[in-house]
Ligand binder design. Structure first.
Ligand SMILES: O=P(O)(O)OC[C@@H](O)[C@@H](O)c1c[nH]c2ccccc12
Length: 234
């Protein structure tokens, strides 16, 4: 559980944080009759370096889901939720998270700084999501954080398709935070899109719905590998 989330992601042949999420923002079921154990096993077989677990109620998640995934795998886990308190950070650690989502848009600057500090003290990697250049410029302790561009809009409840041009445009601002791990998150619909974001310079991706609704995960991965310019593991 203390595994280094960012290092695992950066070192991976397929730097994709694969997400366990019960429902999308519109309430659509995503596990499709599979058990959580089956989904985690499929992600491990696909070479996932890290797993994201959505505990937010909005997406049908619970804290118990994080504990369940932690019992199934030793991969570093990201807790995805709307974390606003230090208590939630401590709890995330207890439940087995290695990294925790902090959403810049939802947190006042002082709160984001305080939560980032506490996360680092607890040995959790802050996974800070930004949606514009101003948010990126304000990321505290950027060199110790994973900084992710969220392609979807939190202001509209993460509904809709997302804006995949946002990420590459924001990449210079994300790099300026000092992070060694720039991630593109949300709304990545297919293997070609995913490959294009890595070719555009992202170190990693976070994908939930696209993987969970893929007819065949091995086929998705094979298409992803083929679509990458330098092949997997450049
Ligand atoms: O399923 P997608 O579109 O690949 O997105 C994954 C992830 O980014 C999304 O689940 C998410 C984005 N922000 C969140 C905040 C809380 C919980 C979950 C999320």
């Amino acid at each position: 559980m203390s595994a280094d989330f960012a290092a695992a992601l950066r070192a991976a042949a397929r730097p994709v944080v694969m997400e366990v999420k019960r429902q999308d923002a519109d309430g659509r079921e995503l596990l499709g009759g599979r058990t959580v154990a089956e989904v985690v096993a499929a992600y491990e077989a696909a070479g996932a370096p890290c797993v994201s677990v959505v505990t937010g109620r909005w997406f049908g998640g619970t804290e118990a889901l994080l504990a369940e995934v932690a019992a199934l795998t030793s991969l570093p886990l990201l807790r995805k939720d709307f974390v606003t308190s230090r208590g939630q950070l401590r709890r995330s650690r207890e439940l087995g998270a290695s990294a925790v989502l902090l959403t810049a848009r939802l947190l006042a600057a002082g709160t984001l700084e305080r939560l980032t500090e506490t996360a680092l003290e607890l040995g959790l990697t802050p996974f800070v999501e930004v949606a514009d250049a101003a948010e990126a410029a304000a990321v505290p302790y950027g060199e110790s954080c994973v900084v992710a561009v969220n392609n979807k809009d939190i202001a509209t409840g993460e509904r809709g398709a997302g804006d995949l041009t946002r990420g590459p445009a924001l990449l210079p601002a994300v790099r300026a935070t000092g992070t060694g791990c720039a991630v593109s998150a949300s709304g990545i619909d297919g293997p070609r899109t995913a490959a294009g974001l890595l070719d555009a310079g992202f170190d990693g991706l976070l994908i939930g719905t696209g993987l969970l609704t893929a007819g065949s995960l091995p086929e998705w991965i094979a298409r992803f590998d083929r679509a990458r310019k330098g092949g997997p593991g450049r």
